[in-house]
Design a protein around this ligand. Structure first.
Ligand code: FES
Ligand SMILES: [Fe+2]
Length: 348
């Protein structure tokens, strides 16, 4: 693990278009990204999603394998499905443009008027373009690049500390998505920030996390965690930070939440929140999400205010011990990005 520095990342990394492009290339592409709750894509179904503007097609074959492809026909680049379609039962993927037909494993089964191509036609030369795809913690994760770190590394601490919670099959209880007017790193830092909770969330998150003197932090190579005693006194509420912008919350009562901050532009991001749990809690989903949305709204006001302050002339103040999780994730980010930043390709 890169060692955490004693200072926060410099603000110029939060406001440069060039940095945002390098993040996509050298940070986002090295990790796995949750895109859909696994239970929302039953066997024999396909679904289109967008991940950082990349059209992705998910399929769940009758062989039980969940796969991800670029949602782009190899013939003339048209998408097979649109995100608005949701999960659709499907035996064959038929391109709406010229009808090339694929199975759910991405193999070309037939092209229209196959004998009449200009050159001899070889079906095997035109499979769908495969993206990395895994199911973990009841979510489908997709890799954007060809060389991601192993997903089980990205999830190192949750897998060590809560293997049973990650192995359980949970169902979606609620989903929330919201645009935030800030660089994704401001929102991400805030969600790793255990210094502000008692002050900024006195009647919401602070009630759930309890007295600051009982906080404990643990650090893996990739992930970190804030553990706070749960109401019963015997178990812990766990808030993991995972690179590059994910937060995994595990409650002792079986609930799991995944919060992510997807960059949209250099000064905007999209917060997505999945709340999952055991089937018998499905009726409570909206009320439980409403509780989360309360403290997330408190955070929104703060991160959007910080964004306005992060302009020219701002130098970050000193990190507090309760901000150690921010420094830990920033060190991972810096190790991936700063070699490019330092190479002079980024205007300072
Ligand atoms: S673009 Fe799909 S068949 Fe032509
Ligand atoms: Fe907060």
């Amino acid at each position: 693990m890169p060692s955490a520095s004693a200072a926060f990342l410099p603000p110029e990394l939060y406001r440069s278009e060039a940095v945002a492009a390098l993040e996509r290339e050298h940070v986002a592409s090295r990790f796995w990204h949750p895109v859909v709750v696994a239970a929302d894509l039953p066997p024999g179904h396909v679904r289109a999603v967008e991940l950082l503007d990349l059209p992705v097609l998910l399929s769940h074959g009758h062989d039980g394998v969940v796969r991800a492809f670029r949602n782009r026909c190899p013939h003339r680049a048209v998408a097979f499905r649109e995100p608005a379609d949701g999960s659709v039962a499907c035996r064959r993927l038929v391109c709406p443009y010229h009808g090339w037909t694929y199975d759910l494993g991405g193999t070309l089964l037939a092209a229209a008027r196959e004998a009449e191509f200009v050159e001899p036609f070889d079906r095997e030369a035109w499979p769908l373009e495969v993206l990395g795809c895994r199911v973990r913690a009841s979510l489908i994760w997709v890799a954007l690049g060809a060389d991601p770190f192993p997903l089980d590394d990205q999830l190192d601490l949750p897998l060590q500390e809560a293997p049973d919670a990650l192995a359980r099959t949970l169902v979606p209880l609620a989903f929330h998505s919201q645009a935030l007017t800030c660089n994704w790193k401001i929102a991400n830092d805030n969600t790793l920030d255990d210094y502000h909770v008692a002050i900024a969330h006195p009647t919401t998150l602070h009630r759930m996390q309890g007295p600051v003197r009982h906080y404990s932090h643990r650090f893996g190579t990739w992930a970190n965690v804030l553990a706070t005693p749960w109401l019963d006194g015997d178990s812990e509420f766990l808030t993991f930070g995972l690179p590059p912008w994910n937060h995994l919350l595990l409650w002792p009562d079986g609930r799991l939440a995944l919060i992510q901050f997807l960059p949209a532009a250099v000064d905007t991001c999209t917060m997505q929140v999945w709340l999952l749990g055991p089937e018998e809690r499905q009726g409570e989903g909206e009320a439980l999400m409403a509780e989360m949305v309360q403290f997330l709204a408190e955070d929104r006001a703060l991160v959007e205010s910080a964004q306005r302050g992060y302009g020219e002339g701002f130098r970050t103040g000193p990190p507090h011990r309760l901000e150690a999780r921010i420094l830990h994730q920033q060190a991972i980010y810096a190790a991936l990005l700063v070699p490019w930043y330092a190479s002079g390709r980024i205007p300072r």
